[in-house]
Design a protein around this ligand. Structure first.
Ligand code: IPM
Ligand code: MG
Length: 356
């Protein structure tokens, strides 16, 4: 029996709380699934580490985690530090350093949960958003000059490369092909942005030609928001740029009942580097330390991690346990309208793991 080596980075705010809950659930899963084993190693990187060391992670941080099978991540961001420092110093440094170019965000309204849409619409949500995760609007290219002067300039340049577009389009097409509906919606804004977005359209169009069994449609990002709300069942797999998918995935999470439920993977499909798995929510300092953070996003994330590690049966078993708990509705955290603590939700999922 070989153990999966997992680097655990709780990070900031509620991150460590939900990730430790996830580790408990994964450990419980090893009891239920013979042959499944983990070797967890914690890294105390994040904003407290920054206050002590002047960096979000050690200079050789990527070297320290590059041999792991996966990274299980909480969140990053601190009300007392600039967001661009905390994010670029840790989460984005890992995503870019390990070329995790595919960010995957599934959304479903889990059984028992009530989202903001009318129930007959909400129930139809079953989406996966594929977010380009290495370039585009988050490329980090740009600069600031003439600081403090009236002529001060700040620029972020959205960078689109043929290679970057082609590889994420191929990933999205493969993912869409693996799903029942074989339906891919490509999001763009080439009506207004006439260089990078037009290249995006051209290259994606070339790639989808290799997938004749897929139904492909195209949406401008603004129109996509209303389609997600009004016709959720017309959507299955979505391909979008880094920023567009960032925005659409928050909308998706809200329509799925709560930001506390959403899960994410940051994948290096070449498997040269470990991929990173994190709940979609942020550090939520307003509730940090109170023991009421919703761990479901972190559990769903753990299920995505298991899938990536090839532990498909365990991944499904964990998802079933999560759904048993949401469906029963007895142990829901405050963001879902309940009163259960993180620990109580965790215990309920562990209990459900034993029974399914
Ligand atoms: C997300 C988050 C991050 C992003 C922030 C925290 C930089 O919103 O994972 O969606 O925009 O990528
Ligand atoms: Mg976001």
């Amino acid at each position: 029996m070989s153990s999966h080596m997992i680097a655990v980075i709780g990070g900031d705010g509620i991150g460590p709380e939900v990730v430790e809950a996830g580790v408990k659930v994964l450990e419980a899963l090893t009891v239920a699934e013979p042959g499944l084993a983990f070797d967890f190693k914690r890294f105390d990187w994040g904003s407290d580490y920054y206050r002590g060391n002047g960096r979000m992670m050690p200079r050789d941080g990527l070297d320290q985690i590059k041999a792991f099978d996966a990274i299980y991540f909480g969140s990053v961001g601190d009300p007392n530090l600039p967001d661009d420092i905390t994010l670029w110093g840790l989460r984005l440094a890992i995503c870019q350093g390990f070329d995790q170019y595919a960010n995957v965000r599934p959304t479903r309204l889990l059984p028992g949960l009530t989202g903001p849409l009318r129930p007959e619409l909400g129930k139809r949500i079953d989406w996966v958003i594929v977010r380009e995760n290495s370039e585009g609007e988050y490329a980090g290219v740009g600069g600031r000059v003439h600081r403090g002067l009236p002529i001060e300039v700040g620029m972020d340049v959205a960078v689109f490369t043929r290679t970057g577009i082609e590889r994420i389009a191929r990933f999205a097409c493969d993912l869409a092909s693996s799903r029942t509906r074989k339906l891919l919606t490509v999001v763009t804004k080439s009506n207004a942005q006439r260089h990078g977005m037009v290249l995006w359209d051209e290259v994606v169009r070339e790639v989808v030609r290799d997938y004749p069994s897929l139904t492909v449609d195209w949406m401008l990002v603004d129109a996509m928001t209303q389609r997600m709300v009004n016709k959720p069942d017309s959507i299955d797999t979505v391909l979008a740029t880094n920023l567009h998918a960032d925005i659409l995935s928050d909308l998706a999470a809200a329509l799925g009942g709560s930001l506390g439920v959403g899960a994410t993977s940051n994948i290096d499909p070449s498997r040269r580097h470990p991929s990173m798995f994190e709940p979609i929510h942020g550090s939520a300092f307003d509730i940090a330390g109170r023991g009421i953070a919703n761990p479901i996003g972190s559990f769903w994330t753990a299920s995505l991690m298991l899938d990536h590690l090839g532990e498909v049966a365990a991944a499904r078993r964990l998802m079933v346990a999560i759904e048993i708990v949401t469906d029963r509705g007895e142990f829901l955290s405050p963001d879902l309208g309940g009163a259960a603590s993180t620990a109580a939700v965790t215990a309920a999922v562990i209990e459900a793991l034993r029974s399914n």
